[in-house]
Design a protein around this ligand. Structure first.
Ligand SMILES: *Cc1c(COP(=O)(O)O)cnc(C)c1O
Length: 367
């Protein structure tokens, strides 16, 4: 290991939530509503670098009103899950990929880069300490939220000279408890998520703040989710909400599974990358393409696009059932989850729970 290891101080809680209360939460966790007994914090300051790494009881932070994050938004995050394995152990899925993306996000926002080893160890420590919060095998998991923000106090506009990195964890239920349900999407031609040269490739809080009004517009149009188009021509499909998109061209064994190319304005999803590999492992042709809204509408009309789905860590794979824009409205296939959508979803979930062979070394056992 090239990087010096950061030593963590372990300060476990003297009052973890009683078993019965935790079990009641795990029976119906929802998403992002309940948090485990602990959190990890690591400080960074200019001159000192990373220091004061701790595992400690989950607790509110005290914050100065002039904390720079509140004013200028240097704030980035990650999302990954710990899965109960069929053998009873617990594993993280590709935490190294999240750690590397976190470094890239930090670079884009002029923040310090946390060493990959420290990111992974912070996640491992929290999962090990709070392993009783990891639900059973199935579609449930423990969602980890690593994040970092400026902690310097002051109103001068500049990269802060102090930061706080943290990891918190929240049990997550099955996204579609009653079976997978297709979503309706609104093609946003007025608002854009990311422009060339902007922060679209970084997982930063500001991207989400800027997206909420478009999501509200989608809801007003009676749609579940917003689909983002490129900022220059408002033609090319980029992402859906906080998930990447996939299109199935053709069907059966000859199907080709394609996803919008990473142009610098899309978030490079780890689920997106994993599915490109899994689809190839299953023997399908894959591609990274540029696809316009006209291509999408025509493809669904003539049947050359048979299925569309979105993917991301939180919701795994979500089928797209109907599409609406200011000018048009159409259905994807018969509006029901497609065969390949289901197959890819089942394969990914099986991989994450250790019930099929981990050919690419993606599972990181936590014990
Ligand atoms: C996090 C995120 C994704 C999905 O990334 P995963 O690594 O697959 O979870 C896609 N789009 C946006 C905008 C995101 O923030």
């Amino acid at each position: 290991m090239t990087t010096a290891r950061i030593g963590f101080d372990l300060k476990p809680s003297a009052q973890p939530l009683p078993d019965a209360e935790r079990e009641a939460i795990l029976a119906n966790p929802g998403f992002g509503r309940h948090f485990t007994d602990h959190m990890v914090t690591i400080k960074w300051s200019e001159g000192k670098g990373w220091h004061d790494a701790q595992l400690e009881p989950y607790a509110p932070l005290r914050m100065d009103p002039a904390n720079m994050t509140l004013h200028y938004g240097q704030s980035i995050f990650e999302g990954l899950k710990a899965y109960r394995q069929t053998d009873g152990s617990v594993a993280l899925f590709r935490p190294d990929a999240n750690a590397q993306r976190f470094q890239r996000s930090a670079r884009r926002l002029a923040m310090p880069e946390l060493p990959v080893e420290a990111f992974i160890e912070a996640c491992e420590l929290l999962v090990r300490q709070d392993r009783s919060w990891v639900p059973g095998v199935g579609e449930e998991s423990l969602y980890l939220r690593p994040f970092m923000f400026a902690s310097e106090v002051g109103l001068g506009v500049k990269p802060a000279n102090e930061y706080l990195f943290m990891v918190i964890a929240s049990p997550a239920g099955a996204y579609f408890p009653g079976g997978i349900k297709p979503v309706s999407v609104w093609l946003s031609e007025e608002y854009t998520r990311a422009a060339p040269g902007g922060t679209g490739e970084a997982k930063c809080a500001g991207n989400y703040a800027a997206s909420l009004v478009a999501q509200a517009e989608a809801a007003q149009q009676g749609c579940d989710q917003v689909v983002w188009l490129d900022a220059v021509e408002h033609r090319y499909v980029e992402e859906m909400g906080g998930m990447n998109l996939y299109f199935v061209q053709g069907s059966g064994a000859d199907a080709r599974i394609v996803t919008p190319r990473l142009t610098g304005t899309l978030l490079p999803g780890i689920t997106r990358h994993s599915l490109l590999t899994i689809a190839e492992d299953l023997g399908y042709a894959t591609g990274e393409v540029q696809l316009s809204t006209e291509d999408w509408q025509r493809g669904n009309a003539d049947g050359s696009i048979s299925e569309v789905f979105a993917c991301g860590t939180a919701a795994v794979i979500t089928p797209v059932g109907t599409v609406k824009s200011a000018r048009a409205q159409w259905t994807v296939g018969d509006g029901e989850p497609g065969e390949l959508t289901r197959k890819l979803r089942e394969t990914l979930l099986a991989l994450q729970s250790g019930s099929i062979e981990d050919r690419h070394g993606w599972l990181h056992r936590v014990g």
